[in-house]
Design a protein around this ligand. Sequence first.
Ligand SMILES: NC(=O)c1ccc[n+]([C@@H]2O[C@H](COP(=O)([O-])OP(=O)(O)OC[C@H]3O[C@@H](n4cnc5c(N)ncnc54)[C@H](OP(=O)(O)O)[C@@H]3O)[C@@H](O)[C@H]2O)c1
Length: 359
Amino acid sequence: MGARDEWDVLYKRDDLTVSEVRKVSGNPLLPGEVRLAVERFGLTVNNATYARFGDDSVIAFWRVFPGPPGYGRVPVWGFARVEESRHPGIAVGGRYFGYLPISTHHVVAAEPGDRGFVDITAQRDFLHPWYRTYELVGEPGPLDDRWALLHPVYPAAFNLADLLERQAVLGTQSVVITSASSKVALALVEELAARQVPIRAVGLTADRHTAFVSSLELYDTVVPYASLPSLKVAGPAVFVDLTGDPSRRAAVCERFRGELCRTVLVGFTHPTATVLPPPGLAGPEPEVFFTPAVEAETIAAKGADSYHLRYAASESRFVRYTRSWLDIRGGRGPEAIVDSFRTLIAGEQPPGVSSVLRP
Ligand SMILES: NC(=O)c1ccc[n+]([C@@H]2O[C@H](COP(=O)([O-])OP(=O)(O)OC[C@H]3O[C@@H](n4cnc5c(N)ncnc54)[C@H](OP(=O)(O)O)[C@@H]3O)[C@@H](O)[C@H]2O)c1
C-alpha cells in the first residue's frame, strides 16, 4: 500500500457473485494525467448491465476498467475530486461527475473541454465520448445522492419521451413498458405526464412490484407480467422493452402484433437478458435504442444549448420528485459496496430503494 489507502473491487467476469478487494499503489502520474479520488457513486441495474454484457456486447464494458486476467472493475457513475494533477489546465480540488471504476482512485489522461474534461487515455478511445466526459460540478448539495443515482439513466427516459411525443403527434395512442418499476421507466412516464403527452402508459412489472408501481399513479394501467394474456391496449402502440428477456419480448410482440407501430429495445434488467433480440419478433422490426447516439442526433438537430436547458429542467424536477418515494441508502467501504452489488444482481433491491456508496 502506498501513502494513500487505495483499493479496487474486482469482480469475476463470468461470475458476478465472486468479488475480491485488492489493495493497489497508484503509479506516478504522466504529464497530462490527473488522479481522481472517487467520492461517491450510485448503483442501479444499469451497472449490472455493464458487467453482464462486459465481454460480449458491442461495447465491451470490461475493457473500460480492466483487472487481472478473468477479473474486471464494474463501471459506475459518480462524483470524484482531482487529488493530483499533472495537467496545467486542471486544478487539484476540482469536483467532477463521470464514469468511474469501483475503486478508491482513477487516473485519466485529461483534455479540458466546454463542460469539464474528456478522458483521452488510448486504452479507452473505443468508448463513445459520453462515457469519457467528466462534467465539472459544484460542491456537494442536498440532492447530490439522488443526482448521482439518476443522472446516468435519466437521459434514456428524456430521449424516449422525445420519441413518444413525436409518436403521439403521428397518432400513437399507447406505450407498453416492461420493467415498469425501473428508474428509466418511471422517469419516462413522469416526463410524459409533465409534458402532457396524450398517450396512455401501460406498465408491466413483477408481481411483487405491482402495488408499489400502481401507488405512484404514473401509469394509466399497471399489471404483473402474468396478466399479459388478458391485457388490452389501444393501438397504435409503441413497445418499450427494458427487460432484455427474449421470451418477454416475444410474448409482448405476439400479444400486441396488430397494435404495435414500433418496438424499441432499451434495457436489460432481467438476468435472462440477451443483447440481440430473438429473431422473428412479431410486429415491427425492433429498434435498438442507444441513448448517447439518440442524444447526439437531437443535439445536432436542435442545438446543444436548447437541449441542455430542456434536459436540466426535466431532470431537476424528476430528481426532486423522487424524494417522495425513493429511499436512498448510503454505505461506505468495500464491504458495503460488495453487499449492495450482491443485492442488486440478486434482484432483491425493492424499486423504492437504491444505494449510493462511498469507497
Ligand atoms: N439503451 C440505453 O441507452 C440505456 C440507457 C440507460 C439505461 N439503460 C438500461 O435500462 C435498464 C434499467 O436501468 P435502471 O437504472 O432504470 O434500472 P433499475 O431502476 O435498477 O431497475 C430495477 C428493476 O429491474 C428489474 N429487475 C432488477 N433485477 C432483476 C432480477 N434479478 N430479476 C428480474 N427483474 C429484475 C425490476 O423491475 P420489474 O420487476 O419491473 O421488471 C426492478 O425493479 C438497464 O438494463 C440499463 O442498462 C439503457
